[in-house]
Ligand binder design. Structure first.
Ligand code: ASP
Length: 463
């Protein structure tokens, strides 16, 4: 018989149907057996009574067994109905059971809320943790969010383009993860901290509107809201001014989050300068919700603009605050070119803030080689050092690069806000532990002696 999804069983009242899924809960009472069955669309109760041969198989079922169940969809007697749960008005009167696979006793109950489990155990058995309602909901909503953003942009003539993972470092203010080259021993690729340079080169290449659901990989200190890997909705556009990029992203976020049933506190999103934000909130991200908004899951978006371009490092040198490829605000271009008034130069950077988190950030870029060179000079690079670091992009800019700008939205940060979660691991399928160990699998781990020889590496353990 054709499989019916549990979520659509109430369209089959009075009929015999077949479902496939997991035993979620089992209970035995004398000559009766009660179950909850689960598939991707939901749960339903099933009962066995008055069928000794079925009861015999039913008694072998344990939670998380994978089964095919045949039965009649009965309406529950009035007093047994529960309007608050899915399929609370029906139950399956089971006439056939086939065990597709057995399950050992799981290290925790799938019915237990993920949040109460020990992190190590939870991530070691992540595939079981992902079976819980909370994780199913979060991961499915993430897929929905990304799909809707992608569709919005596709309608606006964006092209989805993948950029390399094995590449040269793009500075995003973090450390690189590196990958040794077997063919060129002693040389290394860097995993991208972001596709920043490639997306700018795609503007050079004439695509004009780029999007990528991109992985960004950064060797950072791990925190609840920051991991080594995250995903960005990465966008770049040609022939645009700052306000046009902000507008398209604001329209996208508004359409996507409202269509997913969320309420936005203030539209259009308020715009705050960095100076105002620091004076009012003491930070460049802030939460505008009151207690009632928080209870109702309201999303409070705002833009922060007019950031300083540069800040001093601990060693007293100038470095960029956000992105070295940014264009300064027009009125500061002269200062940048002359390396004057550096502490007061403002950049075209815009950050999208939501509920106290940075939900995204971008800028209009320097599209002329001399402007980018001036930025690198302020940061203390000689002509040769600048050439060595970004010669390829300086050269590209000599061949007719259009003015352009873009932004990247952090998928996890946005999902945390949407789902009211406070940790990254609640919205990623296979996150790392806070010590940097992968879910389920055992990385990082040492390479074998043969692999090291092949790569021309030798390991000198420090500390
Ligand atoms: N590359 C920047 C980042 O990853 C975003 C951007 O400026 O487009 O934060």
């Amino acid at each position: 018989m054709k499989r019916i999804m549990i979520g659509s069983l109430n369209e089959h009242k009075g009929n015999e149907v077949t479902i496939k899924g997991w035993v979620h809960v089992s209970r035995f009472q004398g000559k009766m057996a009660f179950f909850d069955f689960r598939d991707r669309s939901g749960k339903v109760q099933g009962v066995v009574f008055g069928k000794p041969e079925v009861l015999e198989i039913a008694k072998t079922l344990r939670t998380e067994f994978v089964v095919t169940i045949t039965g009649v969809v009965n309406e529950r007697p009035e007093k047994m109905r529960n309007d608050k749960v899915q399929n609370g008005d029906i139950e399956l009167e089971i006439s056939g059971i086939e065990v597709l696979n057995e399950a050992a006793t799981t290290p925790f109950e799938i019915t237990e809320d993920s949040i109460n489990k020990d992190e190590e155990v939870r991530l070691k058995y992540r595939y079981l943790d992902l079976r819980t309602e909370r994780m199913q909901r979060n991961i499915r909503m993430r897929s929905e969010f990304v799909r809707r953003c992608r569709e919005f942009l596709m309608k606006q003539d964006f092209v989805e383009i993948e950029t390399p993972l094995l590449t040269e470092s793009t500075p995003e203010g973090s450390r690189d993860f590196v990958v040794p080259s077997r063919h060129q021993p002693g040389k290394f690729y860097a995993l991208p901290q972001s596709p920043q340079q490639y997306k700018q080169l795609l503007m050079n290449a004439g695509f004009e509107r780029y999007v990528q659901i991109a992985r960004a990989i950064r060797d950072e200190d791990l925190r609840a809201d920051r991991g080594y890997e995250h995903t960005q909705i990465d966008v770049e556009m040609s022939f645009v001014e700052r306000d046009e990029v902000m507008q398209i992203i604001e329209d996208m976020i508004t359409e996507v989050v409202e269509s997913m049933g969320h309420t936005i506190k203030q539209k259009p999103f308020p715009r705050v300068t960095y100076a105002e934000s620091m004076a009012k909130y003491g930070a460049d991200k802030f939460d505008m919700r009151d207690e009632e908004d928080k209870m109702n899951g309201v999303l409070a978006y705002a833009w922060v603009v007019d950031f300083p371009f540069f800040e001093k490092t601990d060693e007293g040198n100038w470095t960029f605050t956000h992105n070295p490829f940014s264009m300064p605000k027009k009125e500061y271009l002269n200062d940048l070119m002359k390396a004057e008034n550096i502490e007061n130069i403002l950049t075209s950077q815009y950050d999208l803030v939501c509920n106290g988190f940075e939900a995204g950030g971008g800028s209009i870029r320097a599209h002329k080689p001399e402007i980018l060179k001036a930025v690198y000079k302020v940061m203390g690079n000689t002509e040769e050092e600048t050439q060595e670091k970004i010669g390829h992009i300086l050269e590209a800019f000599t061949f007719g690069t259009p003015p352009h700008g873009g932004i990247a939205l952090g998928v996890e940060r946005n999902m945390m806000n949407l789902m009211g979660e406070s940790a990254l691991r609640e919205v990623q399928a296979f996150p790392m532990t806070n010590k940097g160990k992968t879910s389920v699998m055992n990385a990082p781990k040492p390479l074998s002696a043969e692999q090291l020889v092949e790569l021309g590496l030798s390991v000198n353990k420090l500390g």
